[in-house]
Design a protein. Structure first.
Length: 209
């Protein structure tokens, strides 16, 4: 049976007991906003990961969000395994391979979520997740590789918002034009943007500017 719910409050009402009792959790998300409802599970239960398998796959935008790195490090400290991927992913949570929650597009300010129990769908979602997981990079490794882009991101976004020419922005950041353009491209990839304008829009959605 598939159930469509609207907004995080309704999602939490439908699935809180599943999160609280799940022994195996797979999660894929573009950023930390998508599954904020899952973080409402009682803190004591989040801390108790003994015997649980928790794997979380995120896009790099999660590292750019305020408090994002600290949040992911804390999840790892509590026992979750976390990887980062540049590939497009379907934002999904699978609980004990019995229930899948699929995130849809936002509508009227509230995002839709589909709660699925079909074994065929869950099997397909799990296979896609496992393939993306194998291709992902461990958090600590990616964080090191991404450190310079993350450090420069606020200033690059300011320059893009100001409409600065590449030569002007590069000089302001103390970079060569070639390096500046490479960092802009890396930041766009991290934000899942295909243009500088879209990068600005995405940055505003994530609270980066």
């Amino acid at each position: 049976m598939d159930v469509l719910v609207r907004g995080e409050a309704e999602l939490f009402a439908w699935t809180a007991h599943l999160f609280a009792s799940a022994q195996e959790i797979f999660c894929a998300a573009n950023d930390l906003h998508t599954w904020a409802a899952a973080h409402q599970v009682p803190h004591s239960r989040q801390q108790d990961m003994t015997g649980r398998t928790v794997r979380k796959l995120y896009r790099p935008a999660s590292l750019l969000q305020p408090g994002g790195v600290a949040h992911l490090r804390e999840r790892e400290r509590l026992g979750a395994k976390i990887r980062i991927t540049l590939d497009e992913i379907n934002e999904t949570i699978v609980l004990d391979r019995k229930v899948a929650i699929l995130a849809g597009d936002a509508a009227s300010g509230e995002r839709g979520y589909t709660v699925v129990t079909s074994p065929e769908v869950i099997g397909s979602v799990t296979s896609l997740f496992n393939a993306a997981w194998r291709a992902g990079t461990e958090l600590a490794i990616y964080e090191t590789e991404f450190a310079e882009v993350r450090a420069l991101a606020p200033r690059i976004l300011d320059e893009l918002a100001a409409g600065s020419k590449d030569e002007t922005a590069a000089r302001a950041l103390g970079l060569s034009v070639r390096t500046y353009r490479r960092r802009v491209a890396e930041l766009m990839d991290a934000l899942g943007a295909t243009s500088r304008f879209q990068a600005g829009v995405r940055a505003r959605q994530l609270g980066l500017v």
